[in-house]
Design a protein around this ligand. Structure first.
Ligand code: UD1
Length: 418
């Protein structure tokens, strides 16, 4: 297994370009199951989760091609209507294959995703929504088996504004008979990007990005040629990398309107931020001031940047209170940061971070994507050498991270372990 070896202490400087958003790419690729036409995608990020989604689509029998004109998926005829456990367990988003298969073919069988390192992450809201639309769902041998002759529009209220459930039900509703409303919907930019893609396929959707989404079902969707929006989480990660290394980075492709909470918090911490039409420049001026963070659904501070911000706060001046309200077990990075010399205590869903003068490099590992990148950021700022093991977590969501960081002046390399 590979590991990332970092010799910390360099100030990062220069320019980095963000990829397409992983969390938009995954549902949008799966939306190609809704049509018999060919769908072409641009700006897909070069991350393992996109590869896994394409593998799933190919496994279902779709024709997947990757050439100079982009990646295309043609799900005209499928070999099976079943997503296997092996693919769903490695990537929870594969569960979103269920709805499109059901909506177009009347039945589907998809493995339940099960728990994961950051919490139990149930799919009850997905299933309740499908049932409201007339699907019969049952769980047999760890698989959800769903059937429906033609799904019916319904009025759905989500108890929590789940990103996945909003996306899943929005996709399904495009082919249902009649009108569906999703109330208390997730408002994340990735939901809006999916709505743009579906609209380009002929769907009738209004309200994406707001609290209530309305979808008027149509009999069929057609193909599309679509470019994925830039990844706000990758952008935010590089912004925090600039902050923690006392650096000066221009993050090309970062969209300020999607990073509002992050920009406010970094400014509050004393970082200078300049926004323009093409990206965001982040200039750190010495030691950060501590700020409190509370993760919230969009437009609140994203849970996917909580770990990275905690790494930065572990070196800030003063005490920072970080509350995680989205996932119940998303502090896996705390013990590892403390092994590097941080002073962090966890009480329930709150971490109290007392800034220290220095972190020291150590061998570390993490059990999820954002926790892993938080350790990379800590390593960039630490004294000495940090080795981050289990790099496959990083590769799920960050493309060529060691190359991008090296180009910014970091001393970082990937080492193959036997
Ligand atoms: C997506 C993102 C993930 C991000 C998360 C929150 C993708 C591929 N992943 O995950 O990176 O961290 O949004 O912004 O886009 N919940 C239920 N029942 C359900 C569904 C969710 O109780 O049926 C709960 C979850 O346990 C969690 C909360 O809702 O506490 C939010 O989860 P959700 O928004 O669904 O996250 P994902 O879509 O899985």
């Amino acid at each position: 297994m590979d590991k990332i070896v970092i010799r910390g202490g360099r100030r990062l400087r220069g320019e980095v370009a963000v990829e397409g958003a992983k969390n938009a790419a995954l549902p949008i690729l799966l939306a190609s199951l809704l049509t018999a036409d060919r769908c072409v995608f641009h700006n897909l990020p070069h991350v393992v989760d996109v590869g896994t989604t394409l593998k799933l689509l190919a496994d279902l029998g779709a024709r997947v091609e990757d050439d100079a004109s982009g990646v295309s998926v043609h799900a005209e005829r499928l070999a099976r209507l079943e997503a296997q456990y092996d693919l769903v367990k490695t990537m929870r988003a594969s569960f979103l294959a269920l709805g499109p298969l059901l909506a177009r073919f009347g039945r589907a069988r998809v493995s339940t995703p099960g728990g994961c390192a950051i919490g139990s992450r149930p799919v009850d809201l997905h299933l309740e929504g499908l049932q409201k639309m007339g699907a019969r769902c049952r769980i047999v041998h760890g698989y959800v088996e769903a059937e429906a002759e033609r799904l019916q529009g319904a009025r759905i209220y989500l108890d929590v504004p789940s990103v996945g459930a909003t996306e899943h039900l929005m996709m399904v509703a495009t082919l249902a008979e009649g009108t569906t409303t999703i109330e208390h919907a997730a408002r994340e930019p990735e939901v809006v990007d999916l709505a743009h893609a579906l609209t380009a396929m002929g769907a009738r959707i209004t309200g994406a990005g707001e609290d209530m989404i309305t979808i008027e079902g149509v009999p069929a969707l057609h193909g599309l040629d679509f470019s994925i929006l830039p990844d706000r989480i990758e952008a935010g990660t590089f912004m925090i990398a600039a902050a923690i290394t006392n650096g000066d980075i221009y993050v090309r492709g970062a969209r300020a309107e999607h990073l509002h909470a992050v920009i406010l918090k970094l400014r509050e911490a004393g970082v200078e931020i300049k926004e323009d039409a093409d990206g965001i420049r982040v200039i750190a001026n010495g030691r950060l001031s501590s700020v409190d963070i509370r993760t919230m659904p969009y437009p609140g501070f994203p849970t996917d940047l909580q770990a990275q911000m905690m790494a930065a706060m572990s070196l800030a001046d003063g005490r920072s209170v970080i509350s995680e309200t989205i996932f119940e077990n998303r502090f896996m990075h705390v013990l590892e940061l403390n092994r590097m010399g941080a002073d962090i205590k966890v009480e329930g869903n709150t971490a109290i971070v007392r800034g220290v003068a220095m972190l020291s490099g150590a061998p570390v590992m993490a059990t999820d994507l954002r926790a892993s990148v938080c350790l990379v950021l800590a390593g960039l700022a630490a004294e000495g050498v940090t080795e981050v093991a289990r790099v496959y977590h990083l590769d799920r969501g960050y493309a060529h991270i060691e190359d991008k960081l090296s180009a910014l002046g970091a001393d970082v390399r990937r080492v193959q372990e036997r």
